[in-house]
Structure formats: structure tokens, C-alpha cells
Write a protein that binds this ligand. Sequence first.
Ligand SMILES: *Cc1c(COP(=O)(O)O)cnc(C)c1O
Length: 372
Amino acid sequence: MSASTAFSTPVPNRRLFGPGPCNPYPEAQLALGLPLLGHLDPEFITRMDAVCDQLRRVWGTENARTLPLSATGSAGMEAAFVNTVHPGDVVVVAVNGLFGERMVEVASRHGAEVVRVDHDYGQPVDAERVLSAHPNPQMICAVHAETSTGVVSDIAALGAGKGDALLLADCVTSIGGMEINLDEWGVDLAYAGSQKCLGVPPGLAPFTINDRAFERRVEKPANWYLDLGLLGGYAVGATGGQRTYHHTAPTGMVIALQAGLDRIEAEGLEKVYARHAAAGKMLQDGLEEMGLELFAAEGHRLAQLTTVRVPDGVDAAAVRSFLLDEYDTEIGAGTGEYAQKIWRIGLMGHNATEANVTFILAALKRAIEVAG
Ligand SMILES: *Cc1c(COP(=O)(O)O)cnc(C)c1O
């Protein structure tokens, strides 16, 4: 099993139908083999600017400060809090899954007085409860697409009632898979990840912040690497000035992201979202036809990430191992107490196709029969 060198045994060609990473768009995969550019090369800077523009379009924002952070989605979360939370700030966090929990943890570490608003897992965020949790919080936070439970929440409803608070949205699993209109929804800052519906390998965290949030930022955040004041000069378009060295941009990854975004825009955002919606619906209908029970509340189900209950008496882990060993196919387990109780099936980016649905339904049926 273990490879003594990178090339001594083939890397298995998995179907990545879990919660991410997904199989990249072929264009993004190919881009990883392109020649490497220096991070201050004018050719790279032009491409970085193009990527920032593409992110603005996919996100529905005009924010000048929009850039891919050189780290994964969790660093986007960290950047959001470390740059905006002043000690003692009241931060209301909607918790309806693992990533809401993580927001509570990260905000607390940066000195926030966190007011958490708990929801049953599988349920969407209840905007009314979140908005009435505190009379004047500095920030309100929610996950748009909760990957741990397969639920989408209404971010616009939070934006409509946020008052003077800043609104932070986790868009890691929504970006590239469903419509997002940050400016229209009243979102002040947001982060995402490259490896979910954008269909690019992991390693970059798209990030955006509007002027209102930027003006309230912490002057010298306790994290140099994610200091947005310094990063302004890193992404040239953000300041209009000269691009300055802050850290070495992961140039190859930025070009892979460019290729993924090119692909999405060439297909057309609406078509991409419709493709995700159709694949998710077909999968969910198919699972129910097999007699399985979906976990996420009806009417609030993500198309790109489906959660399904493990039937009584079936060994959840054995089914996942069978799929991996026999069919080179990865699906996700549940998180925390749901580890043995649900499976998570992602159809993200390039993987959101009817052909993949047909395959995974048949493969899962077989795995339950043989291994379950
Ligand atoms: C995957 C994910 C994250 C974390 O991103 P990493 O790239 O794993 O650091 C955060 N929020 C949500 C909703 C996610 O799905």
C-alpha cells in the first residue's frame, strides 16, 4: 500500500464523492502541470487580478478587497475573526453544525464574547432567533451551506435584520455550487475554499471584506500572516497600488484556481448551479427510492452535499471501506456524534453529473448489500 516514492506506485484514481475535496475540473487539474511563475512576475500579477475579478462575479460583490488567501477555508474563518474581533466584542454565532461550532471556537480564541444560538442538526438557521439573541452585537455569523449536515440557510434574512452589526458568512461549500449575492444580501465579509464546488484542489481560501467591515478592523491583529491590512498590498487590485511582497503567493495554485473559475464562467454560472441542483435532486430522489431516509430538513437540503441516515443494523464504516476498496469511491462519514449515523455524499463541481448519480446509487446499494 505505502509508496516509497511519489511515483513508485500509481496514486489511485478515486471518485471523490465526500464533503471535499472533490475531483477537480479537468482544466484545474491540467493547470497544476503548467510551468511555475514567480510571485512578482507581471504575468502572475495579471492572472491574480483576473482571479480576484472572477471571485467578485461568482460571489456577487464589488468589494475591492477580494482575494484568495494562501491557505484552506479554515484560514478564511480565522482571518475573518482575527481582523474584526476586538476584545469583548459580542459575536452572535448561529450553530447548526460542525462549522458553526468551529466559528464559536475561533471567535472565542480571539477574545469575543460569543452568544451562540443552537439549532438541531439538520435544521436551517432560524434568522429570527439569531437576530433577537442580543440587542446590539458587533458581529453576526452563519454558515451558508453546512457541510456537516447538508443544510442551506437563508443569509439574506440575516442581512435584512443585522442592524449595525457586521454579517459574516461561511461560503466554503456554497461558492461555485449555488447562487450567492453577498452585496445584495448584506454580507460584510465572507470566506470560502477552493476544493469544494469551485472544483480546484485544496489550498486557497477566497476571502472578501467590504469597506464598512475593513474600517472597523483591528489595527494590529495578533496574526501577522492573515493581517488584512498587510494583505491589501499583496493582492494588487485591492489597493490600486504596487503589489508588495508579504508572503510568497502559491502561484501554481492561483493559476489552478483561475482555470477552475474560467471553466465555471465558460459554462455559465446559472448552468453550473442548475447542474448541481439537478444532480442533487436526482441523488436524493434515488436514495429515497432505495428506502433510505434523508437527514437534512426537507426544503433546506443542499444539492451539492447530501446527508442520508445509515439504516439500522448497517455498519456505516464497512460500507465506506467497501466503496473505497472495491470502487475507488470516497463518501463521507457524519461528524461527531453522527459518525456512525449518517453518510455524506458530495456531488461538487465537476462531479455534479447525472452519470455520477447513477453510479453512486448503484455502488451504495451494492455496498450496503455486501458489506453493510
Ligand atoms: C470544508 C469547510 C470548512 C473548512 O475548510 P478547510 O478547507 O477544510 O479548512 C469550513 N466551512 C465549511 C462549511 C466547510 O465545508
